[in-house]
Design a protein around this ligand. Structure first.
Ligand code: NAP
Ligand code: MG
Length: 488
């Protein structure tokens, strides 16, 4: 460096605030249950506020479904199902195409509401959640008249009425993952959104009305865990599709054991992101950041266990830390924000407990310094090194912006460590060698393996887990299978 550069005054570059306007959003003060094609009051009159986790302010009141409402929804879905299934396949497809197009038309509104209700950066809801939700409807609209080609040229029939329960991390996207294939196959569906993020599912109900979807084909029943548990125990449902934690998945599996009800479970993960010494390290660092800080780490397939080859450990950690320090944490509506608000006070507490355990067990913690808003739920991006495979932060799903780093020396050790988990949802491999990537990928017990990228989603690709990450696949033709029975 020349001496003239040394004496220059350093210029601090910063971003001007770039908040997305929420003025165009016309939310109602209250949302009923979506039942029989209309918004209705719950039988017991229960409404609860849904709040913005970035401000702790209420956004709207939302009805919570009780047992009688669930029974009414099942009756309505039962009645609608034979007519829905009897439509010409291309007619069913038309409704799904309409829903997809209406999601696109209302994408700006949906993105802002997703960000307000859940805390995720607008950049993500605008560029990932909403376009992918539309893409899932488009994709399965295309399958509606080609079902038998998606299921090994067999004759198939719908299952009937399906109950679907989704989590809060990708509210509209998870609803699309569930509803689009179910409807394409001729089933009718009852969806329970998560307690903290019901709003975009309710806007999707408005879209269903606008698309003139026949009443009863989709019901949206917000509520809490009790609503979900009651839906699972409804005798007249043919299938339950659940995405959420392994603990609740286990409870659902026990409740349905021995019954005729079909079940798919998409559960948690502790996915390994493996960096070999021959990888393009700058690119890998971008992938590590995307793998764990995307959506505040509230991602089932987050690359939360970072496995770095020992020879490049210090270099990767140096680059990663420099990159992490440039992450912008704050107002989720600001278009420059990288890391938004933690979804709820409860989730923030879970993250804090596990991070404290990491420190107590002797791992080295580094958390970026940043100014955080006074209100709301926040957790700054955090890196743990000196982690041992037995530490809680290496074993348990944190579901927050926290990455635990382990090291390995050989390829065999990388595979062994990556597979040393009760989960098996996803993995990442960073290497310059194609043969090595294929060899490692085929030895990993993970439903999805990304090579030199991470968190890449596409409606044509199947997604799902092994071991305690669940069973069943969503996306692509494989995503049709859980919604049909083979007739011949
Ligand atoms: P969760 O507590 O299991 O909740 C998921 C959904 O189930 C919510 O709608 C919840 O309602 C409901 N629920 C709670 N208790 C229930 C019960 N006993 N019976 C039936 N339903 C019940 O999970 P979460 O904490 O919201 O979500 C995070 C988890 O989801 C993580 O473990 C993550 O890895 C996993 N996930 C997996 C995938 C995947 O594709 N594999 C995708 C996304 C997330 P409330 O909202 O009222 O609690
Ligand atoms: Mg909320």
């Amino acid at each position: 460096m020349s001496s003239s550069t040394d004496t220059r005054t350093s210029i601090v570059w910063d971003y001007a605030p770039a908040p997305e306007s929420a003025d165009h959003i016309r939310l109602s003060d209250r949302y009923g249950l979506f039942l029989d094609g209309e918004f209705k009051d719950p039988q017991d009159g229960r409404y609860e506020p849904t709040i913005n986790p970035a401000t702790e302010q209420p956004i709207a009141e939302v009805a919570w479904a009780g047992r009688q409402d669930i029974e009414a929804a099942v009756r309505s879905a039962r009645e609608a199902q034979p007519k829905w299934a009897a439509l010409k396949d291309l007619e069913r497809a038309k409704y799904l195409f309409r829903i997809a197009r209406l999601i696109q038309e209302r994408s700006r509104e949906l993105a802002v509401v997703e960000t307000l209700d859940g805390g995720k950066p607008l950049r993500e809801s605008r560029d990932v959640d909403i376009p992918l939700a539309a893409a899932h409807f488009f994709h399965y609209a295309g399958w509606a008249d080609k079902l038998r080609y998606g299921v090994n040229a067999r004759e198939v029939a719908p299952l009937g009425v399906v109950g679907q329960i989704v989590p809060w991390n990708f509210p509209l996207l998870m609803a699309a993952w569930k509803l689009a294939p179910a409807l394409a196959c001729g089933n009718t569906a009852i969806l329970k959104p998560a307690e903290t993020t019901p709003l975009t599912a309710l806007l999707l109900a408005e879209i269903a009305q606008e698309a003139e979807l026949p009443p009863g084909v989709i019901s949206i029943l917000p509520g809490n865990g009790e609503t979900g548990a009651a839906l699972v125990r409804q005798k007249k449902i043919n299938k339950i599709a659940f995405t959420g934690s392994t603990a609740v998945g286990r409870d659902i599996q026990a409740a349905l054991a021995g019954s005729e009800v079909r079940l798919t479970l998409e559960l948690g993960g502790k996915s390994a992101n493996i960096v070999f010494e021959d990888a393009a390290l700058d690119q890998a660092v971008e992938g590590i950041v995307n793998g764990i800080f995307f959506n505040q780490g509230h991602v089932c397939c987050a690359g939360s266990r970072l496995l770095i080859q020992e020879s490049v450990h210090d270099e990767v950690i140096g680059k990663l830390w420099q990159r992490m320090r440039r992450l912008r944490v704050g107002d989720p509506l600001d278009k420059n924000t990288d890391v938004g608000a933690i979804n709820s006070a409860e989730q923030l507490e879970r993250i804090e407990v596990l991070v404290a355990a990491g420190e107590e067990e002797g791992a080295t913690r580094r958390t970026i310094e940043c100014e955080m808003p006074d209100r709301g739920y926040w957790f700054a991006p955090t890196l743990f090194t000196d982690v041992s495979p037995a530490h809680r932060i290496a074993v348990e799903e944190i579901f927050g912006p926290v990455v635990s780093v382990l090291t390995f020396r050989t390829q065999a050790e990388a595979i062994e460590k990556a597979n040393n988990s009760r989960y098996g949802l996803a993995a990442g491999i960073w290497t310059d060698k194609g043969a090595k990537a294929f060899e490692v990928a085929s030895a990993l017990q993970a439903g999805v393996v990304w090579q030199n990228t991470y968190n890449h989603f596409d409606p044509t690709a199947a997604f799902g887990g092994y071991k305690e990450s669940g069973f069943g696949r969503e996306g692509g033709p494989a995503g049709l299978r859980p919604y049909v029975r083979i007739v011949s």
